[in-house]
Ligand binder design. Structure first.
Ligand code: GDP
Ligand code: IMO
Ligand code: MG
Length: 424
């Protein structure tokens, strides 16, 4: 019993929420390690849809303890809304949710600066979720971030806030010609927030390491996806954290040796929301069909997602960085609506086949995808539960992915519901 990491292998929205929920029953603890309320993880149980932004997707299992780790950035509004939403649905969060005292707080100026800086970017906008994620991580790495632990000492909190607000108000006025933010209003709001979240605050680093020592099992839930990783993704069109496997260690304070299983969640095709390179994007009727049948609209912002074919070349790169041995394929049912399915198996740039995934977006924007075409299937038997229940063409699609990546598929999701799953 140790740590399993479940992470997104593409550009986010792979269906991580569904897979985490599905496996949560087998784990004592489910922990988010990075990102914030930019995430939108959907879990559908008996037709009822839950979208979780900050709280781990394991919360829907009554015996699971959920941890929001030190690597995350926490927006009080989003967190309180989510706790209220769950309580209203009869899901008790008290005593089951632990929030790291080292996690950073998203402040009102982070959200404002996120939107304003996007609107004035000289290069193309990133297309962020507007949740203040980038500006909060900027402050963290500039060493002026305000952490949950800072709420404990009111004077200290006010002093840190005053220092930051001076700078931010100057930026807001001079650069964006907007009104200054009022310090007293922010102090009142965050101290009120402190009262609400006080029972949840914990030294989660010690808690998780003790749990490992006690042979408890932990599921680390990644947000976003490898291609949105600030180090390894399609920079600068990325998020400001590390969704890749290393992020689980830094974002929870656990050693890499504690991780003994990594599952990469792979959507059976590709989507991306926001700007940036997307080699297999289909700006045509195929892309429209994927969006329509896959219901590809953002869980957090409602934006239509850009859609395209599965990109095995990018996935090989993602597999290399994350080292996952197992894959959970999701949304394979969406491909039922096609006669033929394309899979990208390589990139050509200026007529030459690329050996490695390019780091510069100019190349990525110009690569020519090499596709293999496979036949689709007419339907999926209702109640398919094991691999042998699946149509021959679907099995071939899955085996093609396994062979190309040299990794094993352990789960195939055939619909949004908890029970729509095939174990391999
Ligand atoms: P996450 O951010 O990785 O958790 O993914 P999202 O929740 O943002 O997006 C995945 C969407 O696909 C959600 O609406 C899920 O309910 C839905 N979904 C998950 N698995 C499947 C599946 O196998 N088939 C279909 N049709 N929908 C799925
Ligand atoms: P889940 O966990 C898909 C994208 C944004 C934008 C870029 C930067 O649900 O998979 P940010 O607000 O993080 O600064 O935006 O990252 N993005 C996501 N795309 N799924 C997500 O989360 C995302 N979180 C951020 O659209 O392109
Ligand atoms: Mg999502």
């Amino acid at each position: 019993m140790a740590v399993t990491v479940i992470l997104g292998t593409q550009w986010g929205d792979e269906g991580k929420g569904k897979i985490v929920d599905l496996l949560s029953d087998n784990y004592d603890i489910v922990a988010r390690y990075q990102g914030g309320a930019n995430a939108g993880h959907t879990v559908v149980i008996n037709g009822k849809k839950f979208i979780l932004h900050l709280i781990p997707s394991g919360i829907l299992h009554p015996n699971t303890v959920c941890v929001i780790g030190n690597g995350t950035v926490i927006d009080p509004d989003a967190l309180i809304n989510e706790i209220n939403m769950l309580e209203q649905e009869g899901i008790h969060v008290k005593n089951r949710l632990l929030i790291s005292h080292k996690a950073h707080l998203i402040m009102p100026y982070h959200k404002l600066l996120d939107t304003l800086s996007e609107s004035t970017r000289s290069q193309k906008a990133i297309g962020t979720t507007g949740r203040g994620i980038g500006p909060a991580y900027i402050d963290k790495f500039s060493r002026v971030g305000i952490r949950i632990v800072d709420l404990l000492n009111k004077e200290d909190f006010a002093a840190k806030l005053r220092f930051n607000l001076n700078e931010k108000n100057n930026i807001l006025k001079a650069l964006y010609h907007t009104e200054e933010l009022n310090i007293d209003e922010i102090i009142d709001k965050y101290l009120e927030f402190d009262k609400i979240i006080d029972p949840y605050i914990k030294d989660t680093t010690t808690y998780l390491n003790q749990a490992i020592a006690d042979s408890k099992s932990i599921l680390a839930e990644g947000a976003q996806g490898a291609m949105l990783d600030v180090d390894h993704g399609t920079y600068p069109f990325v998020t400001s954290s590390n969704p890749t496997v290393g992020g689980a260690c830094t974002g929870l304070g656990i050693p890499p040796t504690a991780i003994n299983r990594i599952i990469g969640v792979v959507k059976a095709y590709s989507t991306r929301v926001g700007n940036g390179p997307f080699p297999t994007e289909q700006n045509n009727s195929d892309g429209d069909m994927l969006r329509k049948y896959g219901d590809e609209f953002g869980s957090t912002t409602g934006r239509p997602r850009r859609c395209g074919w599965l990109d095995l070349f990018a996935l090989k790169y993602s597999a290399m960085i994350n080292g996952f041995e197992e894959i959970a394929i999701t949304k394979i049912d969406v491909l039922t609506n096609f006669d033929k399915i394309k899979i990208c198996t390589g990139y050509k740039y200026q007529g030459k086949e690329l050996k490695t995934f390019p780091a510069d977006n100019q190349t990525l924007d110009q690569v020519e995808c090499q596709y293999t075409e496979l036949p689709s299937w007419k339907s999926i038997p209702k109640n398919a539960k094991v691999f042998s229940d699946l149509p021959l063409e679907m099995k071939k699609y899955v085996e093609f992915i396994e062979q190309y990546l040299g990794r094993r598929v352990c789960l195939i999701s055939t619909g949004p519901g908890r029970d729509e799953i095939v174990k391999v």
